[in-house]
Ligand binder design. Sequence first.
Ligand code: SAH
Ligand code: SF4
Length: 363
Amino acid sequence: MSKSIPEILSGRELGIEEILVLLNSSSMESIELFRKAEEIRREFVGNRVYLRGLIEISNICKKNCYYCGIRSGNHKVKRYELSDKEIIEAALIAHKNGLASIALQSGEIENPAFTARISRLLKKIMEISDSQLGITLALGEQSEDVYKEWFDAGARRYLLRIETSDRELYGRLHPDDSGHSFNRRVECLKSLQKIGYQTGTGVMIGLPFQSINDLAHDIIFMRGLDIDMVGMGPYIEHPLTPLIENKSHLMSKNDRLELSLKMIAVMRIVMKDINIVAATALDAIDPNGREKALRSGANIIMPNITPEQYNDSYYLYDGKPSANDSDGLSLKDSLIAKGFEIGTGEWGDSQHFLRRGKGPVNL
Ligand code: SAH
Ligand code: SF4
C-alpha cells in the first residue's frame, strides 16, 4: 500500500512513487503539501522574495517550437528588437529602483553579431550599475564559447528550460530537426554549469500528451542535473501554433494552475535550497497565480520591465499578461502590502549554488 501524504511529507528523500502521490493529491490534501513547502522554503532559503526585472529584448526567433506564439513559423506576429539604449535605460531604472537583478530574455538568435551585441550590453550594464546589478540571461541554446564569452562579460545566471524531460514528448513538441535537439538542450545545461553559471531549467505543465508520471520524472530529472534554479509554469495554448489542434485534450486551465502549484511545492521539498520562480504564465490563468506560487514554495518573481510599447509583441501564449510592471515598483509594493518580505538591493543568489561550493558570485 502506498504511503499517506503526512507520512511522505515527514519522510526523508522522495522517490518517484512518493512524488506521484503528492502530485495526485486532492485540493484538500495539497493544503498540507503547500504548508510543508513553505516551511522548507523558510528554513532553507529564508523568508524573502527576490525580484528580477525581466527585459524581453526581442521576439525574433529562429526556432519553431510547436507551442510558442513567437515561433518563426508564425508570420502574423510583428517582430521587434529593443535598441541598446532602451535596454540600458530599462536596466538603469531597475538599478535605481533597488531591483538588484535583471533578466534579459529573447527568442533564440545564434550568430556572431548577436553574441557580440549581448557581450557589449552586459559590459555596459555592469559599467552603469558599478557591477551591482546581477544579470540573468534566457537567450536559448548557444555554443559553450558563447556562454563563456557572456559569463566573462558579467552574466551570472542562465535560464534554459528543458520544457519536458521525456524525449518522446519533446519530439512531439518540436520539429524533428537538428535545430530542436533534446540532446543539445541537455548539453547546453551542462556547459552552463561547467562555466560556473547559476543554472536554471524547468518544464511546462499540462502540455498535451503529458502525464503526471512524466511530470514526476521531470522532477527527478532536474534533481539529477543538480540545477540551482527552476522556472516552471502552466502550458497555455496559443491560437497560432500547431499545438492548438490538441486543445480539446487539455486539462482545464484551473487544473493546470493547481498542478503547477503542486509541482512547485514538490520541487521545493525535493531540492530544498534552490531558487524557484513564480512564472508569469500562472497569472494568465489567475491574476493571483504568481502570488499563490510564492505561498507554495517559490521565492523569485520577475516583474516585466520591458518598455511598455513592446509588451503585446512578446506574446508566447494566449492571455499572457500584458500589464507591465514598468519599473518593478508597483509589483513590489503590492507584494509588501500582502505581507511578503522583499529582498531589496540583494542579488538573492541560489543557496544551492553557494552550497555547491562555487563561492560568492558577486564580482
Ligand atoms: N527562446 C528562449 C527563451 C524565451 S521562451 C527559450 O526558448 O529558451 C521562454 C519560455 O517560454 C520557454 O522556455 C517556454 O517554456 C515558455 N513558453 C513558450 N510558449 C509557451 C506556452 N504556450 N505556454 C507556456 N509557456 C510557454
Ligand atoms: Fe523561440 Fe523560445 Fe519560443 Fe521556442 S520557446 S519558439 S526557442 S522563443
